[in-house]
Design a protein around this ligand. Sequence first.
Ligand code: CTP
Ligand code: CA
Length: 226
Amino acid sequence: QLLAPIQQDLAGQHWVITAGPTMEAIDPVRYISNHSSGKMGYALAAAAQARGASVTLVSGPTQLDAPQGVKRIEIKSAEDMLSACREAMVKPADVFIGAAAVADFRMKEVASQKMKKTGDSDEMQLTLVKNPDVIATLSQENTAKCMVGFAAETQDVIAYAKSKLERKGLDLIIANDVSRTDIGFNNDENQVTVLSKDQQWTPPKESKSALAIELVELITQYQSTK
Ligand code: CTP
Ligand code: CA
């Protein structure tokens, strides 16, 4: 045998992970979205699966293949992401990780026909409304024993992440400096700081798949102290 088998110590656990961007329709041919590649969420799903967890990956549109052995549910909008997660967690999950870059707003009304640029105005206004906060809603509904979020920030990373941890009722938050071009969004490497209410960890900058293995370990250790 070439590789030592990874311990199946998460057997019997159900992990639900969101990944990728959401895509919010403007009209039949246009949408609002973001640059999330989905790599971090997919790497976390693969890492938890490798340790024996049963993993449901609720994913927005990405270029990635579902990791082997992972149940992927493909959605487009934030609202669909929330319903898919609720459905996956009818029986409470052990761990929920919100790695998706959920669009904060969607169209107040999606145009049923392609919008035309007729008229003299050089300006155009779209009316947007706030999307549901997927992770905050699920946290309130107590659908997972351990809730883990991400915080994408461009400044005051730790302070903003801490306030998100509290506001959304999370156990852990993984803070990401998205102003750096060498890590994070659409990149193969990532560097993060993980925060709980009273502790913090900073794993080295490394590939998203190596980091995912460390994050799954950290979450597993955190679970056992809860
Ligand atoms: N999130 C979510 N639903 C939303 C927005 C965000 O579930 N509608 C989750 C993300 O998946 C992530 C966490 O909340 O785990 C933080 O996302 P982020 O965009 O950093 O925070 P927001 O609360 O949207 O605040 P802002 O974008 O204004 O910084
Ligand atoms: Ca946001």
